[in-house]
Design a binder for this molecule. Sequence first.
Ligand code: ATP
Length: 235
Amino acid sequence: MLKVEGLRAGYGSINILWDLSFEVNAGEVVAILGSNGAGKTTMVRAVTGMVRPTAGSVVFDGEELAKKSSRYILDRGIVQVPEGRQIFTEMTVLENLEMGAFNKATRAAFAQNLETAYRHFPKLKERAKQAAGTLSGGEQQMLAVARALIGMPRLLILDEPSLGLAPNIVDDILEVASSMAKKDNIAVLLVEQDITKALACADRGYVIENGRIALQGTAAELSANEHVKKAYLGI
Ligand code: ATP
């Protein structure tokens, strides 16, 4: 579904990503792993059109997206849950969810998608009229995922969903992401620093180091890899 080849991108004259190649298929969760500053967020920005790639291709459903605007890419169904959630704290939970319906198709299907979002996260239904800023951190992350779901993603990108959350809440969120992949045939790209959690949820993964793909494999292969164990899992 998404096939990235030879991707280079950076900020101004500074190059951050060096010839990244990876792919994500419908129905699978693919983890992008790496430590602070490895280039994960830059990679997400290059895929979603927030940063213009300087080389390489980003093909989604056979269409080249590397030079398209972020709005165009969003309309194709690449929906991101940004790092830090970026929910509107003064608005209610429901109003935040309404913001997820960003075009005609998603507005037309809003009622149905809202039900699906509430089924995944029943707490949000209970708190629909509450200001989003009054939710706990975990609930705010759930809201950010639910808002993305309202946007009917074909590729859902989760950028560091575990940041600042209790382990059991991270599990809940990753379980929903995994169930969206398996039941709704959505492709999920999971960008995570918490490698243990990410590999427990993902089918496959790529490790980024200094803007390059250092390793790739199935979740089981990466979990058993000596370098991954030493450098990232502390075992
Ligand atoms: P983190 O987990 O901390 O978000 P990351 O793997 O997502 O890390 P990036 O945010 O992609 O890493 O950062 C990769 C490199 O790009 C870092 O050296 C960072 O300082 C640099 N960088 C990030 N954003 C910008 C920017 N807007 N302008 C210039 N350099 C940037």
